[in-house]
Ligand binder design. Structure first.
Ligand code: HEC
Length: 142
């Protein structure tokens, strides 16, 4: 009996947490939990190309030795903030291969590794690096 009670409470709390950090657009930086979750997912999946501080590859406007574009900064110094949330979500979920015909670059999708919620958490984390102006500009695109 007691066990069931705790189980129900736990499930309730998990649901509550998810609904607070849910992926309603626009994605904001209001939820610290969401940002922390996003940071973790970012560190595990994105750092190798976009770098720990989100600054992107060195000389990111050049192409790499394979002739592909390098990873751009996501910290607001590039053009990431010119895309709305749905576009950014799709880029991360499906990669550019699904969105750009004959794409041969290196931004592949993470749909098999990250849930939609995790992807949106990564976006909240990314947005936490943007200047107030960029952040507010991008919110209006949604
Ligand atoms: C293997 C290297 C690599 C990894 C890992 C990687 N990316 Fe990328 N990413 C790229 C490259 C390269 C581009 C530029 C795409 C192009 O122009 O071909 C890009 C582009 C993007 C863009 C579009 C940026 C813009 O300003 O238009 C977003 C958003 C993005 N990546 C997010 C992520 C996230 C989030 C992760 C982790 C879940 C991730 N990337 C992991 C290489 C990578």
């Amino acid at each position: 009996m007691k066990k069931n009670f705790f189980l129900i409470i736990t499930i309730f709390l998990i649901n509550l947490d998810f609904s607070f950090a849910s992926n309603h657009y626009p994605i904001t930086t209001e939820s610290k939990i969401m940002i922390e979750r996003g940071k973790l997912a970012y560190q595990n999946n994105c750092v190798s190309c976009h770098m720990a501080n989100l600054s992107g590859a060195e000389n990111w406007k050049d192409v790499d030795e394979d002739g592909h574009r390098k990873a751009p900064p996501l910290n607001g110094t590039g053009h990431t903030w010119h895309h709305d949330d749905k576009t950014l979500h799709a880029i991360i979920k499906y990669g550019l291969a699904k969105l750009v015909k004959n794409y041969e670059g290196k931004m592949m999708g993470f749909g098999d590794k990250l849930s939609d919620k995790e992807i949106d958490s990564v976006l909240a984390y990314i947005k936490s690096f943007w200047s107030k102006e960029n952040y507010e500009y991008q919110l209006k695109l949604n």
